[in-house]
Design a protein around this ligand. Structure first.
Ligand SMILES: Nc1ncnc2c1ncn2[C@@H]1O[C@H](COP(=O)(O)OP(=O)(O)O)[C@@H](O)[C@H]1O
Ligand SMILES: C[C@@](O)(CCOP(=O)(O)O)CC(=O)O
Ligand SMILES: [Mg+2]
Length: 318
């Protein structure tokens, strides 16, 4: 049996703009997705945190049918299919996914599912991939399923730590510490859907769009310097600026906008939405008042301590 642990992530700066080549900063956190690959006589996928709406029941054959199933399972299925296509191998297994959070709340569960299955299933097939190779393959798969997307989530969850993604490609681990309070509310759409909406804004008004994302890019680069200097005042101020720019892109939601402006009035150093948007996660510089504000909008608090470790894979002989 193979046991894999993958940290989830928070985007500190630069979401959405990173899809269009701008820089970003993300951090792997202590919330871990666990994936087990167990030898089995057929291919079965089991997950603790997926809910599928609109199920039809075929009473003749006692079978459940749902149009949503393939969409919900698309990341996991595409990962298994990838190995069959690219490596020419398939070996039956029971793949069990245990997530500490709901899917689609900006914490990178799509990336973690892919990274975990790429890591675990490749080992099950007898390959020893490095974290970097897992990240590269996982990014390719996430992009195929989503249609649009950056390397940020798959690299952060594979490699762990606090990572700066520069314009033009690659990545750089950031030294420096950042203490965060974070939580999430339910989201109105998936990342894939929100990415499509942002793209339509680009097509409708390219000049304005380019200005907005390049301003996000400038904010990210200033934030990198501020994080390296551990200058919390500056980091916080840039978080508010980044939130405002994401609001202009239309990816925020009133409860989170209200939380962020209340936080500013109350004198919290910095808060912003995190991830794909449309609800989902909010990050603030560590502050007890941030926990209270997050609770008032019904958010679930997450363990936002940094995970320096990326994906870990263990072989267990029973
Ligand atoms: N526990 C899970 N088991 C299987 N697939 C999951 C799980 N959690 C998330 N996913 C996959 O990831 C998708 C959510 O991805 P996305 O909208 O990008 O949200 P996130 O912000 O969490 O990455 C789900 O629709 C599903 O395909
Ligand atoms: C919006 C985006 O920048 C981050 C999406 O993060 P999440 O799926 O909401 O965790 C998309 C991407 O970078 O691929
Ligand atoms: Mg995602």
């Amino acid at each position: 049996m193979i046991e894999v642990e993958v940290p989830l992530k928070l985007t500190l700066f630069g979401e959405h703009a990173v899809v269009y080549g701008e820089p970003a900063i993300a951090m792997a956190i202590n919330e871990k997705m666990k994936i087990k690959i167990v030898p089995y006589h057929k291919m079965v996928l089991k997950s603790n945190s997926l809910s599928i709406k609109g199920i039809k029941v075929d009473l003749e054959e006692m079978k459940l049918e749902s149009e949503e199933t393939s969409r919900v399972l698309s990341y996991a299925l595409s990962t298994i299919n990838f190995f069959e296509k690219e490596y020419g191998t398939r070996k039956n297994a029971l793949i069990e996914i245990e997530s500490p959070v709901d899917p689609s709340v900006g914490l990178g569960t799509s990336a973690a599912v892919i990274v975990g299955i790429v890591g675990g299933y490749s080992r099950y097939l007898g390959y020893e991939l490095t974290r970097e190779e897992i990240a590269k393959i996982s990014h390719k798969i996430e992009l195929t399923v989503q249609g649009l997307g950056s390397r940020m989530d798959t690299y952060t969850t594979s490699l762990g730590g606090l990572i700066y993604f520069p314009k033009g490609g690659g990545y750089e681990k950031i030294r420096g510490e950042i203490r965060i309070t974070a939580g999430y509310i339910r989201r109105i759409a998936t990342t894939a859907e929100i990415l499509k909406r942002v793209k339509s804004l680009k097509e409708k008004n390219p000049d304005l769009f380019n200005d907005l994302i390049s301003s996000i890019g400038k904010t990210v680069n200033k934030a990198k310097i501020a994080i390296e200097k551990e200058d919390e005042e500056e980091i916080g101020e840039l978080m508010y600026v980044n939130h405002g720019l994401l609001m202009s892109l239309g990816v925020t939601l009133p409860p989170i906008d209200n939380l962020v402006s209340t936080a500013k009035i109350l004198g919290l150093k910095g808060c912003k939405i995190s991830g794909g948007g449309g609800g989902g996660s909010t990050v603030c510089l560590e502050d007890e008042r941030a926990r209270i504000l997050l609770s008032t909008i019904g958010a679930k608090i997450v363990d936002a301590r940094i995970s320096q470790e990326g994906v870990t894979i263990k072989e267990i002989n029973q």
